[in-house]
Design a protein around this ligand. Sequence first.
Ligand SMILES: Nc1ncnc2c1ncn2[C@@H]1O[C@H](COP(=O)(O)OP(=O)(O)OP(=O)(O)O)[C@@H](O)[C@H]1O
Length: 696
Amino acid sequence: MTNAFVLNCINTFAADPHHSDSVKDHTTTAASAGIYQTARKFTKSGSYNLPIDECGVYMVRLHFFAFFSLLDAEFSVSAAGFLLLSNFSIPRNTTSPVIKEFLVPVLRGRNLEIIFRPDSSFAFVNAIEAFVTPQGFISNFNDTTHVTSSNNDLSSTVLNVIHRINVGGSDITDDTDTMRRNWVADDDYLLIKRLATNHSIYSNRPKYDQERGATQYDAPDLVYRTAKEMNSSHVVTQSNNFFNITWGFDVKRNGTFFVRLHFCDIVSVQRNGTVFNAYIYGMFGKPISPYDRFGDFGVPFYVDFVVDSDGSGFMNISIGPRNDSRSLNAFLNGVEIMELINDRISFAEILHATNKFDPKFMIGEGGFGKVYKGTLHSGVKVAVKRSEAGHGQGLMEFQTEIMLLSKIRHHHLVSLIGYCDEQNEMILVYEFMAKGTLREHLYSSNEDLGKSSSRSELSWDQRLQICIGAANGLQYLHAGLPEPTIHRDIKSTNILLDEDFVAKVADFGLSKSGQPEETHIVTAVKGSFGYLDPEYLKSMQLTQKSDVYSFGVVLLEVLCARPAVDNLLPRNQMNLAEWGLSWLKENQIEKIIDPFLVGKINPNSLRKFGETAEKCLQENGTDRPNMMDVLWDLNYARQLQHPTMAQQSHEDSKSDVSWQMALPGINRLPSINVSTSCVSVTESEVLSELRIDETR
Ligand SMILES: Nc1ncnc2c1ncn2[C@@H]1O[C@H](COP(=O)(O)OP(=O)(O)OP(=O)(O)O)[C@@H](O)[C@H]1O
C-alpha cells in the first residue's frame, strides 16, 4: 500500500492557521492517551491537503476524542469533494474515542483535501489516517448483488463504515489487522444465541486464493479462522435443523447500504458438504456454495450486497441450511455494513446550497426547470436543476438522468453529484461548469437578452479542443458503455465548459440505452429544432447516427458562430445545417465563418473541419461517420492547424482515457477526403507523424 498518512493533528498541514489552534488535554485520562491527548481546533473552515501520487479508493479514518475544551463542537467534514459528516457532534457522555471511517473515491488530482467546517461553534480532529486501498478492494458494480432500487456505481461512491463484525471470535484491534481496522465480536448482535455456536481453527492459516477469493487485506486471518455455525445440540431430528441464525444491526431507517459477508469453510467435515443460504432482511436468499467455488475447504471469500434499509432501523442478516446440502449446516465469519453516502442529497442541503432558491443564484432555465448555482456544505460548487411543472420534462427524464449518470464517470461528461426526491421535489445536482454553455461563447441569442454577454471569442484551437472533448464524451456514450447509448439532444447548450474550457456533454434526460433492436423504433420524436436528424424525423428510427447529425450542426455553429435556427434571417439561411451544407458543397465555407476567425485558420485545418461537418450532416445515417471517425478527423484538423505539434502535445491525450486507449488498437488513418493536389507538404508531414504514432 502506498500513500499512507497517519496524522497526529497538533501541528502540521492546517491550511488556515489563523483560524485553527492546537489544543491539549491537561487532565490526561486513560482514554485520552497518545493521539487523543491533542487535537486541532478550527474556528473557521480549514483543510488538510495530503499529497497523493495515485488515484483510487482511499480509506480515511478520523479520530475524535472530545476532552473538556472540545465538548461543544459541531461541524462538517468533507474529503475529495464528498461530504462525510454534517452537523456532527460528540455526545457529552462519551468516554472513549469515536473513530469514523470512510472509503473515499479520489478520482483525480494530486491532493486529497480534507476540510473541517464549523456548523455552529467549532470543529476539531485528533488524528487522521488516509491510505489508498488495494485495487479492486470494493468490487465493481457487476460483482455485487443489488437488492435495491438504485444502481450505484460503487467505485464513485463514498462508503461510511457502520459495523465491522468478527463472527465467532473476539474483538480484533487495529494492531492485528492488515489495514488497522477494528472488528467487534458478534455475540451482542445475535438474536437467539442458543441457535449458534462458535467454531475456530487457530492452528491453520486460511488458504487464500488471491485470484478468485478474498485476500488478507479484505479481512485479517483472525476473521477467517473463526465462524459461527448452527448449534447441532439444539437439533433433535434432521427435520428440525431447518432454522436460521440471525443477527440484527442498527442502521439508519432510510439509507442504502453496502453489505459484505465474509466466509471461510472451516466447519465442513466432508468435501462438498455444506451449501446454505444467506439472507438480508429475510427476504433475499443468496446460495453460498464454498466447495463449488474453490474445490477446497478453508478458502476465504466474501459476497457483496447493496441493499435499501426497510424503515425499521434494524438490518437482519441470516444464514440457514438448504435442503439440497449434504450437511444441514451454515456458517458466517464476518460482516461489514457501510452506508452509501454519495447521492442522497437532502432537501435541507439543497436549500442551504442555493440560499432557498434565491433568484440571484439562478443561472438558467431549460426543459426541466430553473437551474441555480449553489455551494454544498462540503464546499463543492454545484448546478442545481429543479423540476417545475409545465416545463415539458418530468419524471421520465429525471429517472433516465439518474439511472445513466449515477453509473458513469467520464472526463467529458458532466458528473451528476446527486439528486433529491424528497417532499415531491425532483432535483438534480451536477458539478458546476464555470464557463457555462458552448453557445454562450459563440453568439448571443434571444435567451441571453438582459444578460451581460459572456461571448469570449474563443480561438480556433480552443474551439477545436472543445469539439474534440465533446466528441470524446459522445464517443464514450456510443461505444464505451456496457450498453450503447444515444444522447438524443446534442446541441451547443448541452455542451458545457469548465473553468479551463474543458468540454463536457450534459443533459441525458432524453437518452436511450440498449441494443439497436431495443431502441431504434420510437413513438415520439424528441430533440431540439435545428439539430434533428431528417432521417429520424421521417422514419422514427433512432440510431447513434442521429447524434452524429446533431453534432455536425454543432460543428457548424462553432465555425460560423450563429444559431442552428434563426428565423430572422432570409429563408435560405434560416436553417444552419442546410445553409452550411450548400457552402460546403461549393467548397466556399470560408465565406460564412465567424468573422473573428477570418485569417486565423490554417486552410487545411478548415478544410478538414468542413469535411467532417459535411460528413456528419449526410442525408442517410449510413453515410455518416461514427463518433470515433469524427474524433480522429477533429484531432487531425487540430494537427493541421499546428503542423509542428507532436501527437503527445494533445491536451486531451493526457487527460482522456478513451482517446488514449483507442490509439494502439486502431490500425487506420483518419478518414481523409482531399484531392491529391490539395495535400500540402505540411499535411504530408502530419500524416507521417500519425503513422509513426500508430505503430508505437
Ligand atoms: N452543470 C452546469 N453548470 C453550469 N451551468 C449549468 C449547468 N447545467 C445547466 N446550466 C445552465 O442552465 C441552463 C439551462 O440548462 P438545462 O440543461 O436545464 O436546459 P437547456 O439544455 O439549456 O435546454 P433544454 O432543457 O430545453 O434542452 C444552461 O443553458 C446553462 O446556462
